[in-house]
Design a protein around this ligand. Sequence first.
Ligand code: ADP
Ligand code: ZN
Length: 734
Amino acid sequence: MNSTQSPPQALDDILQKLYGFREFRPHQRGLVEGLLAGKDVFGVMPTGGGKSLCYQLPAHMLEGTAVVVSPLIALMKDQVDAANANGIKAAYLNSTLSHQEAAAVESAYRAGALDLLYLAPERLALPGFADTLRQNARKAPSFFAIDEAHCISEWGHDFRPDYLFLSRLRELFPNTPVGAFTATATEKVAEDIEKRLGLQSAVKVRASFDRTNLFYEVRAKKDWEIQLVEFIRKRPNQNGIIYRTSRKSVESTAELLKANGINAAAYHAGMEAEDRSRIQDAFIRDDINVMVATVAFGMGVDKADVRYVIHGDLPKNIESYYQETGRAGRDGEPSHCMLLYAPGDAVKVRRFIDDIADQAERQRSSDLLRAMERFASVPSCRRRSLLNYFNENYQEESCGGCDYCTGNFQRVDATRQAQMLLSAVARTGGKFGAIHICDIVCGANTAKIRQFEHNELKTYGVGKDRPKSYWRSLLDALMAEGKLQQSRDQFPVPQITQAGTEVMFGREKFHINEDTRVEPEKVNQRRSGQAVQIECHEGLFELLRVLRKEVADAASVPPYVVFSDRSLRSIAATMPESEEEMLQLHGIGQNKCEKYAETFLTAVATYLKQHPDAVNEKQALPSAPAPRKETIKRGPSATTLVTHALVKKGHSIEDIAQQRELAQSTIESHIAKLIETGEDIDVKTYVTDAQITLCQELFAEHGMDALAPVIEAAGDKLGYGEAKIIRAMMQKVG
Ligand code: ADP
Ligand code: ZN
């Protein structure tokens, strides 16, 4: 288009026409308008937040060509393909092009025929290249967009010396606006970026780092091979990444999956570069479903439709964990992040940390690892823990999108068990590590125990009836709540704090959130309440998926560049009959419609002819714009609705729990949720009038945020489930 500027109200139309999106994501509009107004902009947004649209759209609208600096050559082709698929004229210049190809791009640039030109930073630094950029038949660069801008900061996790040249852009192009974009959350890096790029009164935007479409889950790493294979088998044709720490474990895990008929491949830094890029390419093009990899994999992968990321080992810190899980669900569709955790894993990571020569750096890494361990071992809302780590205050009581919030945990009194651990620490003088303390309580027969005669202690073996993993996570919980703290020695060991003494002498109680999951696989069906996959005719969807792959292969682009999963599902759901109908679907702008509508419309029509019954599943086309995601009040999830159906048939809680193979506490949570959202449920079936009165009094006294104080005060008159139900009744909407 490249015509003159349009009024801001027309932006929505352009968004729809170009991308087939009905509305901007939070913050996108501000950045787009900033660039259109010729201002510097700075966007800090999580992966998948939609940064590229923020510079592509203005690039398309403004006179001249926008120059995008991007660090990863491997990504440029896909980014350019994706832009072109939407009818935005983009090209790239990098070392993978032949001399001729590069000359063609340069001449297109000079002729002013491009909206966007992608470059690696080192090209900008070539002598005379800045002058080349000035030779443009229209306006010389309309603006610069610096993608992955954190690469300019030495504080960031992937500093690139090449990026330092960008500090000179201001001086070389004093009148050209600069837009910086990053997904790195720390303030320190943000300040550094702004300073080094010399941004001036920039429009600054910092999006929430909450990835609402990701479901977070931590599972105990036992029988994990079975868990892994089952998890993947339940997701046929979905793409996923499995991270493992060592090359050896990468290879053995890939073998395990292949032996189980799963289309998987291994990827690690020890492989030949050629093999790595071949396998990466196959994954991007959906020829391989599951990538088993070390963390070396992912940086150069922009694949939008990764449906799950599994960590088979403990990541070294929360920031890495967030970045790595962030590779799931970039397209905004529901995706799953699972961490398999065994306390012993931390020991292995610690070995690497012990090798760090610099004392301060070693201490820092060790603290970061502790935080990661706590995240994995202490059950609480995973989303809140992650966001708190990035200094974001998460207000929701329940996120609805993690294993903790979907009701597999129950708060239980663990005072007696805590006392056992604390006493083992006290009786050994606060000189021994966590593993040894747990060994004492479990009554293990180790050389160290014999050496120090710890089998003579009163606490030796008092906790034999529970597995060691229980004691380990209880110890972590004591640590997380400040009853124990690590000594600051070279080999830190847990020591009792003042608060810990209170628990040890029984002056204070200690509660933990206990996992009440019966069958881990059941969790897989749950979904974050915020992103729901479109229900559609699966047979048709499968057919369209195969077609998408054919179309993509023919054009040498990844399948998600042709249509996103969501677009494809919308087609399978609404079974459009014309181009006009296609245009109403998510992610289908004019360009894609012109290119692909005919192929896909024909496929739908043929399918309907062969499967006349399928038409019964045809859904209405979307009409009004969908409500903004943030304003959606979370309603009951699918699993809650199943419970509702059984409640309506008159089944008791025990009954439903048994039938559905779920914990009773889970069913109670479902019922509470139903009551809260105003469903017609007779509370009296579950609680007595006396309980209601008592509960109301206690809530008035203790507040309604936490149930524990109320339960405690009620003695044996009230259970958790009952309190939950009464609270829901009191909070009922409408
Ligand atoms: P980032 O670069 O921030 O990681 P991308 O620019 O790759 O994110 O965008 C992530 C995904 O979100 C892409 O699939 C993109 O098409 C989609 N997307 C971006 N903006 C919107 C929007 N306004 N509405 C719907 N989807 C969007
Ligand atoms: Zn949660």
